[in-house]
Design a protein around this ligand. Structure first.
Ligand code: DLL
Length: 437
């Protein structure tokens, strides 16, 4: 169902008018109430009156994560602290978290966009909704919680983790809607399989997954495991939390951005110049209605593209593609932009490979050289002599060239568990020896 039909299906022309009006008011408010913005605008030589239409946005300077650090904790707030009825936080660029705040009206807006997201994902009032995003300073739990209540769902505020309890509630309360991170959805599917529980018989209709990057391949696995839809939800604390955009269950091809509240742009991560629809670049967001923490041209660091065509579901809101990488992860190898996620997408196609890999980049003379080290499965490692791996190596090389346009990639197979891992068990995906570290 479409939660707010008037807005979500409005003509692009009417939407642009609404956005322009809200943009003017936002720019005016931040100029008057936030010394940080006043100073930035003054230095860029733009006055609030210069921004009349959405197209004028590009005259304004960008805001970055580091600005939150410099203005820690409340420097970017546009209302007196007493009007802030809730704060959340996300991890910062240094030891300090990023603190974000909400007025009562902001919480209303947030519940509205989360209700729209739940509806887009296929929830209808009266559904049981198990919310396995973390409750607390993280925005996922409480954001989706109030969206669910706004919609009239029966919300189970189970929070993240505690798989035994998740399974008990799944079996006994039979939610139709389940929300968590994509990696937890996979872990849960495994845990259910280990216990001999048929996940396809739980009666789930949709899993709403986000807060971290995932792939179409993961969607396929999760949908098969639960015999349910898996839809993508996107958001970030600095802008509001979950509910900046969400896929519709009918089409599942790009997340509808709630553009009456959040204005998206795609820019070249290097130059900041705008990118055309369909082109990948860095997502930049401007809030249009937020009170406590309005944000102007925030560089999310997330790389994706925008599709402005109307969707078969009836919504006219722009759709953002999956996040294909982070602006800070992008490698340029012999002039070709490469994201570790592209390599990962190729590697997971091969059953003999594990998803554990790293990219090694260095300079050989004037040229960039790239190697991929990937752990093979224990089975292949035990059975194949090095020479027997040649056809596999060739096939991977061919697929990589098709997906990334990169040729001459040195593919090295290593034994399971041998790539160096950090304390948290995470692999450093990229070792770029071209950069001074
Ligand atoms: O992760 C908000 C959220 C909660 C979104 C629950 C969706 C569901 P932060 O902790 O501030 O907020 O992290 C935001 O996570 O800039 C992206 O890099 C990444 N991210 C969030 N959703 C997705 C997604 C929440 N669907 C950062 N796909 C963002 C890929 C995502 N990356």
């Amino acid at each position: 169902m479409i939660w707010n039909r008037d807005i979500e299906t409005m003509s692009r022309a009417a939407l642009a008018e609404l956005q322009a009006e809200r943009l003017r008011s936002t720019v005016d408010r931040v100029y008057r109430n936030v010394p940080f913005y006043r100073d930035r605008f003054d230095r860029a030589g733009v006055a609030p009156g210069d921004v009349r239409e959405v197209e004028d946005l590009s005259r304004l300077p960008f805001t970055r994560k580091t600005d939150f650090r410099d203005q820690y904790p409340f420097g970017l707030f546009a209302v007196p602290r007493e009007d802030v009825v809730r704060v959340h936080a996300s991890s910062g660029t240094t030891g300090k978290p990023t603190i974000v705040g909400y007025t009562r009206a902001d919480l209303e807006t947030w519940a509205e966009v989360c209700a729209r997201s739940l509806a887009a994902a296929g929830a209808v009032p009266g559904d049981v909704f198990q919310n396995a995003y973390g409750y607390g300073l993280f925005t996922g739990g409480l954001g989706m919680h109030y969206g669910g209540e706004r919609m009239g769902l029966t919300v189970i505020p189970v929070s993240a983790g505690n798989t035994e309890r998740q399974i008990l509630l799944l079996q006994d309360l039979r939610p139709r809607i389940f929300a968590c991170t994509p990696s937890y959805a996979l872990a849960l599917a495994e845990a259910l399989a280990e216990r001999g529980i048929d996940a396809t018989g739980l009666g789930l209709a949709t899993l709403i997954l986000g807060a971290e990057p995932w792939t179409e391949e993961m969607r396929g696995r999760i949908e098969a495991a639960f015999a349910a839809h898996a839809v993508n939800i996107y958001g970030l604390s600095e802008v509001i939390g979950p509910g900046v955009s969400c896929e519709c269950v009918e089409v599942k091809h790009g997340s509808h951005v709630f553009e009456d509240h959040f204005l998206p742009e795609i820019v070249d991560p290097e130059t900041g110049e705008p990118k055309a629809p369909g082109e990948i670049g860095e997502l930049v967001l401007t809030s249009l209605t937020k009170e406590a923490l309005p944000i102007v041209r925030y560089r999310t660091g997330d790389l994706c593209s925008l599709d402005l065509e109307p969707c078969a579901c009836g919504r006219t809101l722009a759709r953002m593609s999956r996040i294909v990488g982070r602006a800070d992860d992008m490698l340029i190898i012999r002039g070709v932009n490469l994201f570790p996620t592209q390599v990962e997408a190729v590697l997971v196609e091969f059953a003999d490979l594990s998803p554990h890999y790293r990219l090694l980049v260095r300079r050989e003379g004037e040229l960039d050289a790239i190697a991929i080290e990937v752990e093979v499965t224990a089975e292949l490692h035990g059975r194949a002599a090095e020479s027997g791996l040649e056809p596999l190596r060739r096939d991977i090389g061919r697929r990589l060239a098709g997906v990334t346009m990169l040729t001459n990639v040195d593919i090295r197979f290593v034994a399971p568990g041998t790539l160096p891992r950090s304390e948290g068990g995470k692999l450093r995906r990229v070792v770029d020896e071209r950069k001074p570290s």
